[in-house]
Every structure is written in structure tokens, then in C-alpha cells.
Design a binder for this molecule. Structure first.
Ligand code: EAX
Length: 325
């Protein structure tokens, strides 16, 4: 009898143990496709978290617009129907205007400076601000420095941009930048290959990986290495979901995301030289050293514009400008 009781309780322990071990699935949304910067970060995060949690969490990556465009993914994260996203700063700025400071044109000199600021207290301050609008900011991975491509003419100086119809992200800041540069900016969600192919727009701007992964060399003749904006991703969680997690799980998830971000930033940078060679080989005409001062001049009034006028945004922008001088 005693033996039977023991066996029974053992069975029960195993059963319930099993139940509580059932993996929790996390939905992670990115708008771009496999091979993209966002996906490389997402896949690394999946691998790290599934390993660290010993299978308690599984991560399901929804890519290529499976959850809609970046604005729509952010809405679902706010509501808590999607738990995580790796989202370009551009479309983030309608939710949280503070993130605009990161995309201030020509703010960061190079990758090292971007890393130092974003991984430091100012970056942390931006992530913390996101809680006001339902997001838990975990880390910054990257798209990278953005370059201009178009089909009309080589762009050597800002004057050459005049009148070009340039697709921009759904971001008031990005629209203002291209207006200041004299272009005709057209906001459009990702992806944009067919619009480029059909000539609905003359050009677009994105980091080098995009031209390779989305084969823009097939539909764009000219590229200028303007590096006008450092395009970070914010690796973000739904605050609603986050608040229901144990502190230990929050730390595990945050740490996996931070490691994934570091890995992806390095991976992205390591490949840039080869990408440049590939684009040239594919026939793009590349202006490697455009007249950046002519671009800077035209956007220099942006910091006084309405887009940066909110006192908190203005204060942080001033701090960033001082820190990156
Ligand atoms: O990550 O919309 C954009 O231009 C983004 O940079 C794009 O999703 C590639």
C-alpha cells in the first residue's frame, strides 16, 4: 500500500512538473525578411533565450510583414498581443517623439560613438521614457548609417538632391530632413522594391545591407555614402506583458536581448566592405565621399524646428549634441 501511495505521488509530481514546464511562446515581430539586420538580431535572441531558459520560453519570429508594417507591430506590442519587436527608430517616433533625438542628422561620428551613447546613460534614459507609452525598451540593435540611392543622377552635394522624389519612413522627422534638403519626401511603409522598380519614387535611403538583401542594385543606379542618420533599432517588449514576468525572467530576457544586439551590430559592421564591393560589382555608381558639409548646412536649422520643440526632447537633444561634439 505504502508503495502504491509513493508511486502515485511520484506520478503526480511528474505530471504537474511537466505542466509547469510547458514552454511559453513569445511572439517577436520584425517587418523585414530573413537575412535582414532585424532578423539576425531576432534569431540570435531566440537561440540565446531558449538556451538560457532551458526551453521554458520558445520564441516565434514573425517576419516579412506577417504582423503588418512597423507601425502596426508597435500597436500590437502596446496592446500586449505581441510580446517583443525589433523596430527601426524611424517609425517609432510617432509613438514616442523622444526617440527622434537618435535620428538627428549627422549626430554620431561613427559606430563607436553611437555605441558609447546608446549603451550609456543617455540611451538608457530614452529606453526608460518608452514606458510612458506602453513599451519596455531592452536594447539597441542596428540598421546602421543610412545612405541615399536614386535613379536620376549621382549626388555629390546637397544641391543635387533638389526635386528628387525620395521615399521616407513613416516618421515626421525623416520627412523634415528631406524637405530641408530640398527633396520631395514621400512617406511609405516597408517594403518598397516595386515602387522603386516602377519609378513611383526616384530614390530611397537605407544602410548598405538593405541594398544587398533587398537587391536594390537591380532598381537603383546611384548611391551616395551620405551616412546622414544613424539608424538604430529599438528592441522592445510590451510593458503589459513585461510587468507580469518574474524579476528573474525579466533579467534573463533583457540579457539575451542585449547580447543579441551586440552580436548583430558587430555582424552588420563586419560585412559592410564586402557589401560595398558587391554593389559596385552589380553596377551601381557610388559616390563614396559626397560633400557632407553641404548636407549639414541645410539641416542645421532642424534642431530649432517644431519637431524637436517639446521641452524634454529639446533638452535631451542638446545633451546629445554636446556629448557628440
Ligand atoms: O530595415 O523602412 C525602412 O527604411 C527601414 O530601414 C527598413 O525597414 C529596413
Amino acid at each position: 500500500m505504502k508503495h502504491l501511495q509513493l508511486t502515485l505521488s511520484l506520478v503526480l509530481v511528474l505530471l504537474f512538473g511537466q505542466l509547469s514546464l510547458a514552454a511559453q511562446e513569445i511572439k517577436l515581430g520584425v517587418v523585414t525578411k530573413p537575412g535582414s539586420a532585424q532578423n539576425i538580431a531576432a534569431e540570435k535572441f531566440k537561440q540565446l533565450l531558449e538556451q538560457a531558459s532551458e526551453g521554458r520560453y520558445t520564441v516565434r519570429i514573425y517576419h516579412s510583414k506577417a504582423l503588418g508594417n512597423e507601425t502596426e507591430i508597435l500597436q500590437q506590442i502596446q496592446m500586449g498581443t505581441v510580446q517583443l519587436g525589433i523596430i527601426t527608430v524611424g517609425p517609432f517616433d510617432t509613438f514616442a517623439p523622444i526617440v527622434r533625438v537618435i535620428n538627428y542628422p549627422f549626430l554620431f561620428k561613427d559606430n563607436q560613438q553611437a555605441d558609447a551613447i546608446l549603451d550609456g546613460p543617455l540611451g538608457q534614459q530614452i529606453l526608460t521614457e518608452l514606458e510612458q507609452v506602453g513599451f519596455k525598451g531592452l536594447a539597441f540593435s542596428e540598421n546602421g548609417f543610412r545612405n541615399l540611392t536614386n535613379n536620376r543622377r549621382p549626388v555629390q552635394a546637397a544641391a543635387d538632391v533638389s526635386g528628387l522624389k525620395i521615399r521616407v519612413m513613416a516618421s515626421p522627422l525623416h520627412k523634415s530632413i528631406w524637405q530641408a534638403l530640398g527633396a520631395n519626401p514621400t512617406p511609405m511603409p516597408w517594403p518598397i522594391y516595386s515602387e522603386l522598380e516602377q519609378g513611383v519614387i526616384d530614390g530611397q535611403e537605407n544602410p548598405l545591407w538593405v541594398m544587398e538583401v533587398y537587391k536594390f542594385y537591380e532598381v537603383q543606379n546611384y548611391m551616395s555614402m551620405t551616412r546622414h542618420v544613424y539608424s538604430a533599432h529599438i528592441d522592445v517588449a510590451s510593458l503589459l506583458w513585461w510587468q507580469g514576468l518574474t524579476t528573474a525572467d525579466q533579467e534573463m530576457i533583457r540579457s539575451a536581448m542585449q547580447q543579441a544586439a551586440l552580436f548583430q551590430r558587430q555582424d552588420n559592421r563586419d560585412r559592410d566592405l564586402a557589401r560595398l564591393a558587391l554593389l559596385r560589382e552589380k553596377g551601381m555608381e557610388i559616390v563614396e565621399q559626397p560633400d557632407i558639409d553641404s548636407f549639414r548646412d541645410r539641416v542645421s536649422t532642424l534642431k530649432e524646428m517644431k519637431i524637436y520643440q517639446h521641452p524634454k526632447v529639446q533638452a535631451l537633444l542638446r545633451q546629445l549634441l554636446a556629448a557628440t561634439r
